[in-house]
Design a protein around this ligand. Structure first.
Ligand code: CO
Ligand code: CO
Ligand code: CO
Length: 332
């Protein structure tokens, strides 16, 4: 559902006044943070990081679909600096779906949860017209260590830990424009946990973070900029693009989300006139289980690069933060 419409509908409904709610839906963060009553002696206190995400199949392979849905749901916990603890599965399947497919989807999802060190504590499965699969994930974080959208500061540098272009790959695959051999590496990338990237940013002391998913790179950058009161200046030419995605975008394989996202952000995103249109389209296109977009103070950037490299995370420096301006995001 479009972000603006949802915010309007929820506007009068959400109660942000409960003091246990440390980070709530109002800040457009990746996950909610709820304080635990019990504070361990000498500590700042643990908090729960809670999030939920499910979606229809993004790839044909049932095992990968399950694994990608799990990696994507876990990603919101990682983006906030949390450690996954447990998960509840949410699923809906059409009656004609073969049992072998269901088993593979669940296996992919549960394997990924195990890899993340989270226990699947239960779930709920219904019949639905279209297949849907995902998880509600609970993580834990030290209250002081939690990383939100709101911490980016003027002068911070920006890093992205996975290439973009997944919306284009999956859209093209659905239209039969991508061979299975080409989609498999994309599926692997989407199923890759953001655990190592998150560990690296926590170790280096990131100021803000979000994972790049449905609103695309530009949309999520916009959320960080708005919450932090800065402008995110993204050097699009240094943003990593998944192999083949650029050509597919040029051939018109952007998902519907790209146009919608661009229209809804409107004046909030400045686009340098010299930029290639397909590249701009990719920046707005929806991602599935994308990487972390990390803001970090310039004096800590080298430490972050070191922590990322040590964990073999292929991160790219993609721009920086400037003071507040009319536009939240500048694509240059
Ligand atoms: Co997120
Ligand atoms: Co989410
Ligand atoms: Co139930």
């Amino acid at each position: 559902m479009p972000q603006g419409q949802l915010a309007q509908v929820l506007g009068g409904v959400i109660d942000q006044t409960d003091e246990r709610l440390l980070v709530g839906p109002g800040s457009v963060d990746d996950a909610g943070i709820v304080a635990l009553d019990t504070v361990v002696e000498g500590g700042t206190g643990l908090a729960l990081v809670q999030t939920v995400d499910y979606f229809p199949p993004v790839v044909d392979d049932p095992y990968f679909y399950g694994a990608i849905a799990a990696a994507n749901a876990l990603s919101d916990v990682y983006a906030m600096g949390g450690r996954p603890l447990s998960a509840l599965n949410l699923a809906g399947f059409p009656s004609e779906f073969p049992d072998e497919w269901l088993a593979e989807i669940f296996r992919g999802g549960f394997d990924k949860m195990r890899e993340a060190g989270a226990v699947v504590a239960g779930g709920h499965t219904v019949r639905s017209k279209e297949a849907q699969f995902g998880f509600a994930v609970t993580g834990v974080v030290e209250r002081e260590a939690c990383i939100t959208n709101a911490g980016a500061r003027e002068g911070d540098r920006l890093y992205l830990t996975k290439p973009i272009g997944m919306g284009t790959m999956t859209t093209a695959a659905k239209a039969g424009r991508v061979e299975p051999e080409q989609l498999e590496p994309a599926s692997r990338l989407m199923a890759t946990l953001n655990a190592d990237a998150a560990e690296a940013m926590c170790a280096a002391g990131a100021s803000a973070c979000t994972d790049v998913t449905g609103f695309g790179l530009a949309g999520h950058a916009h959320n960080v900029a708005a919450a932090s009161g800065v402008t995110l200046r993204i050097d699009l030419r240094s943003v990593p693009i998944f192999p083949g995605a650029f050509d597919l975008a040029r051939a018109g394989s952007l998902s519907g989300g790209s146009k919608r996202g661009r229209a809804s952000l409107g004046e909030g995103v400045g686009i340098d006139l010299g930029l290639d249109e397909s590249l701009v389209g990719l920046a707005f296109d929806a991602e599935t289980s994308g990487g972390l977009l990390i803001a970090i103070a310039p004096e800590r950037a080298a430490a972050l690069e070191g922590e990322l490299a040590r964990r073999s995370v292929q991160a790219h420096s993609v721009g920086g933060c400037t003071g507040p301006s009319e536009r939240r995001v500048e694509l240059v």
